[in-house]
Write a protein that binds this ligand. Sequence first.
Ligand code: AHR
Length: 503
Amino acid sequence: MPQASLTINPRFAIGAVDRRLFGSFVEHLGRSVYDGIYEPGHETADEEGFRGDVLELVRELGVSTIRYPGGNFVSGFKWEDSVGPAAGRPTRLDLAWHSTETNEVGLHEFSSWLRKAGSELMLAVNLGTRGVEEALDLLEYANVPSGSTLSDQRRANGLHEPLAVKMWCLGNEMDGPWQLGHRNADDYGKLASMTAKAMRQLDESIELVVCGSSNRTMPTFGAWEHTVLQHTYDDVDLISCHAYWAESQSDLESFLAAGHDMSLMIEEVVATADAVKAALKKTKQINISFDEWNVWDIERFQTVDRISGVENWPKAPRLLEDSYTVVDAVVVGSLLISLLNHADRVSSASLAQLVNVIAPIMTEPGGAAWKQTTFFPFAVTSRLAGATALTPRLVSDTYETSTYGTVNLVDSAVTSDEAGTSVFLVNRSISSATTVTINIASLGDVAVTEAVAIYDEDIHAANTLADPTRVALRPIETTIADGVLTITLPPVSWAALRLTPVE
Ligand code: AHR
């Protein structure tokens, strides 16, 4: 049986875990908003038309910051369309997803939903078809308390207090040829710098995220970050990373190593940011906002989901409605492990997305809401992750992947807080259970108060409308003897343990 051993020592800290690592993303795309979080006719809908069953699941998922309103959508979005009396709002054609946007749910409605969900707003501005002036207008509308035309308009529209939005994305995926207003790194860097400077003149307390690459395989990856940061180093706080993985895009062994790929991306972007820092002789450090990450079968979008035709602009079509399996959930768990292990340089992250669109939560109009398999590792990691990420001293057997070469069979992350220690583990072996021995002597006398896992004999099992609870968390056995905790992880599994001091 393959083996791994892990040593935990609370004195070896990576850094503080920013709660914003457990963020998500709601885009005006498909049934994310309409027939997702919002369905006025639904039996659980509240007075604003928001589904109560979905809100309950979002709270259980434990999402901190939610990025809004896109995504590709934002690059053609006129924010003014989405405020004021709902009946007078324009209906627009959304070019990004070839859909009709009615603007029935806009900035006010979404911020009210966020209050109910207990999450914080992260706003993206349109730097695709628009620029500095419109970004300033939105910032004035959202963050200025009163006394200017746009802040008073917000008050007249029913929001007396400013939204006080802290995190702002300077556009979306501007490196991607599919993006409305896509431009090269030099042109985007200049526009982002001008926009950031102007926005800070209006509100110096905001945190700004400049667009990094849409994924690590982009031909401009690395060079894009270098050029963009040369233009914006003084003006921004964070640079974004986006990445999606899918079993259909590689062999299963490589797919299971997605967390390894995410770690490489983070480390390469950190190296690039630090190289610009050195060349520009700066002391300030730029960190990462990994504001789109997930499993997503992009191939399916190319072949099934794409809508076209000048007369065909559906409202809230079923787009990007991936159905997630056990192996997808294990990969999502391993991606969270990678984020925790880079807590010193990743300050924020957004699981893309939240409801119906490549999402942990699914809904049926007039029907049920249910948890996809990927719901479980996210909810457990968000709930159990402590304030400090510890360095996992891990020695693991390895396996071969066609995409990344030799990769550890087991990966782990460890966090601690005043109340205890949490351990997150993944076994990437397709065929073997793996025994992990964890040296916990430094923790003193502790007991395992929670031990849960995701695994199944059918690694492609999924939760569906017909069978919404087919896959769920399972208890997993552990033993402790002489300061060593032993756990045997089934093939293709993810597990989380909570250790608390014995009184
Ligand atoms: O999350 C789906 C899409 O993926 C987003 O709109 C875009 O930013 C990315 O390409």
